[in-house]
Design a protein around this ligand. Structure first.
Ligand SMILES: Nc1ncnc2c1ncn2[C@@H]1O[C@H](COP(=O)(O)OP(=O)(O)O)[C@@H](O)[C@H]1O
Ligand SMILES: [Mg+2]
Length: 363
């Protein structure tokens, strides 16, 4: 097959790859990946309120997945934005939309008999981009090297072809009976294929990474879409791009699958570690807050501090956790006890769960 980077890759074959075999090296990584994913999933299912701790992890994933696309926001800016209804930072907004898109996709999948369909992917990209984008009907979309402007890859064209390829991908994703492949290997295949089809004008990388998380939930390997995969990809972004190209140009599935399995192994361990540290910190804070607030201790306040590490008085009122006066007195006491630190921006005082912020920052 002659391949030319500069013309639309309409010859992109459907999955599965014709001559792929699981080498001993891949089998070894698969065993490891399954073990660490299992451990993470066990921890998630044992959490009393899984959504609570996971919300911040998912926001970390959103931050990194967006950073791969050069949408960069600082940790502080992002968590501040999560507390506000309106935020001025464009990047922070797009990261928050990413998190929303992950949950929108999850709900959509659950409402469609657990199937991951083309329309789910469209809804995901629309939520990320907060617009009505749909399947591309134009050529001229090419991936270029950001430094020298050279074309790296030209995806297929146009809408009809893209829809056909997406339909075949949909079939491959949802038909688990006819394929003897390990679901984790399938995930790597699906991610490549989605990126190679590149069905949207923008948002393909991010949508494809959300699809990874949803696929693990669909396959019941995770009960929550918690995997922090992009923390690995952002660190090894050059290889990520390189290996996607090598599948197209050299049929090098082996190294691509190894890359994704290694990413799974490392990030499953990292996510487990983070959740464990958060649980310990939450216990510590529960004790200290009971001492500080005595009989007025509020479990809802503790929970909120671990979902939104930037608190403000109005937020406690809005969430109907306390009236203004009580909220203000609690936060003052927590500041004096150094459980939170304060930061004043304009007329708003934020009360920051700074230990959680520290914990989330170090990867
Ligand atoms: N050679 C390649 N072949 C196919 N896909 C690629 C290749 N190189 C990079 N990609 C994918 O393209 C994504 C960027 O596409 P884009 O639509 O801009 O996504 P986003 O809007 O989320 O930034 C990358 O994150 C990567 O997943
Ligand atoms: Mg982009």
């Amino acid at each position: 097959m002659s391949y030319n980077r500069n013309s639309p890759f309409n010859d992109l074959p459907n999955l599965p790859p014709a001559d792929f075999t699981e080498s001993p090296e891949i089998l070894k990584q698969l065993t490891k990946a399954a073990r660490y994913l299992g451990e993470l999933n066990g921890l998630c299912t044992s959490l009393p309120d899984p959504k609570l701790l996971i919300n911040t992890i998912v926001l970390q994933e959103s931050k990194n997945s967006s950073a791969i696309e050069n949408i960069v926001t600082t940790q502080d800016e992002l968590y501040k934005a999560a507390t506000e209804e309106a935020t001025t930072s464009h990047a922070a907004k797009e990261v928050l939309s990413y998190r929303e898109a992950l949950y929108v996709g999850l709900e959509k999948m659950k409402s469609q008999k657990n199937l991951l369909l083309t329309n789910t992917m469209v809804e995901i990209v629309q939520t990320i981009k907060q617009n009505e984008s749909g399947i591309r009907n134009n050529s001229g979309t090419a991936l270029k090297n950001a430094i020298n402007g050279e074309v790296i890859y030209t995806p297929p064209c146009c809408e009809e072809v893209l829809r056909e390829k997406l339909a075949a991908l949909e079939q491959f994703i949802n038909d688990s009976d006819s394929s003897p492949l390990d679901p984790l290997v399938k995930m790597a295949f699906i991610h490549y294929q989605f990126e190679a089809i590149h069905p949207f004008a923008d948002g393909n990388g991010r949508t494809g990474r959300i699809v990874n998380a949803l696929y693990l939930v669909q396959q019941e390997l995770l009960s929550q879409p918690v995997l922090y995969l992009s923390s690995y990809i952002v660190k090894y972004k050059r290889e990520y791009y390189q290996l996607l190209s090598e599948v197209t140009e050299k049929n090098n599935w082996h190294d691509w699958v190894m890359y994704m399995l290694t990413a799974l192994i490392e990030t499953a361990q990292l996510t487990t570690k983070k959740i464990r540290s958060m649980l310990l910190l939450k216990d510590e804070y529960e004790n200290r807050m009971k001492q500080t607030l005595g009989s007025s201790f509020s479990y809802e306040l503790l929970q909120l501090m671990f979902t939104m590490p930037y608190l403000k008085i109005e937020l406690l009122e809005k969430k109907k956790i306390a009236h203004r006066q009580t909220a203000s007195s609690w936060l003052k006491k927590l500041t004096e006890a150094k459980i939170v630190t304060t930061q004043k921006i304009g007329r708003t005082t934020y009360y920051i769960n700074y230990r959680l912020m520290e914990l989330l920052s170090n990867d």
